[in-house]
Design a binder for this molecule. Sequence first.
Ligand SMILES: *[C@@H]1O[C@H](CO)[C@@H](O)[C@H](O)[C@H]1NC(C)=O
Ligand SMILES: *[C@@H]1O[C@H](CO)[C@@H](O)[C@H](O)[C@H]1NC(C)=O
Length: 318
Amino acid sequence: IILLGDSAGAHFHISPEWITASQMSLKSFINLPTALTNELDWPQLSGATGFLDSINGYVSKSYQKGGHTKSFMGPGCDISCDKFRFLRVCPLWLFSLSRNQLLDHPAIVIYAMIGNDVCNGKADPVPEMTTPEKLYSNIMQTLKYLNSHLPNGSHVILYGLPDGTFLWDNLHDRYYPLGQLNKDVTYAHFYSFLNCLQVSPCHSWMSSNKTLRTLTSERAKQLSNTLKKIATSQKFTNFDLFYMDFDFHEVIEEWRKRGGQPWQLIEPVDGFHPNEVASLLLADRFWKKVQLQWPQVLGKENPFNSQIEQVFGDQGGH
Ligand SMILES: *[C@@H]1O[C@H](CO)[C@@H](O)[C@H](O)[C@H]1NC(C)=O
Ligand SMILES: *[C@@H]1O[C@H](CO)[C@@H](O)[C@H](O)[C@H]1NC(C)=O
């Protein structure tokens, strides 16, 4: 399973205990060195390739997803990299993708650029957003590259962009971790602080400007439609191609049904990225949809499953 994604896919996370006065202790910094060397990403917990289920405990209990890699024949390896935007910012990563077309098992490639094409920190973010035409040509270039490197029988899934208006709608009047003690800093303050410094991960959705938020959602929708159009109209010899909507609203609905609130699905410190709970729910939906709509992607069930369980016991699917 290969994830070509941005920081949302790689599960970007800063522990709130690091900046919330009431929760600080020596113990809360125990995972900071690892976190820094991974650029604050936690791909082992990500929605697509993750297999661990708790950042602080580092519990090596399984993640739903792990079940599929183990239980189905097909993918030969597990690369859970990365936060980089391959074509434009970090071409090395995609182009260093190492596959042996003749000997390797087919791969499942998930293209999940959740935010990078509409998100930036510029004072006027709109001109910096990717246009549908530009996205079309970038994706076609990527797919041609993949076609010349992936083993025959591989699968590529294009993941749509979310509608990020839920960020402002659910967070703007809530207290930011630094402001909880004195009840003085809300996410609206925090967002405008980031925008003033031009360091926001997504000025376009993390903004009090409703026109801008709406415009960003419209662009995201156009880009998703472009991905869908490519998936339904293009054919490649070495893989089949699919498109899936990034339906964060479904995840919010499911979370509500379990008694949760939408704000609990967002990383508290950056006020932007889906958190571990959201990643888990997203992963669950993602793989269930794949299994239901395109069972050929996962392939046959591993005939050795029962023997594996006899030898290793119940590893929770991992
Ligand atoms: C690739 O695999 C498909 C079936 O999965 C087969 O029809 C096709 O002939 C294969 N192509 C090559 C070049 O081996
Ligand atoms: C809100 O955003 C729109 C679109 O970028 C922009 O044209 C407008 O000037 C912004 N309004 C304010 C008050 O900044």
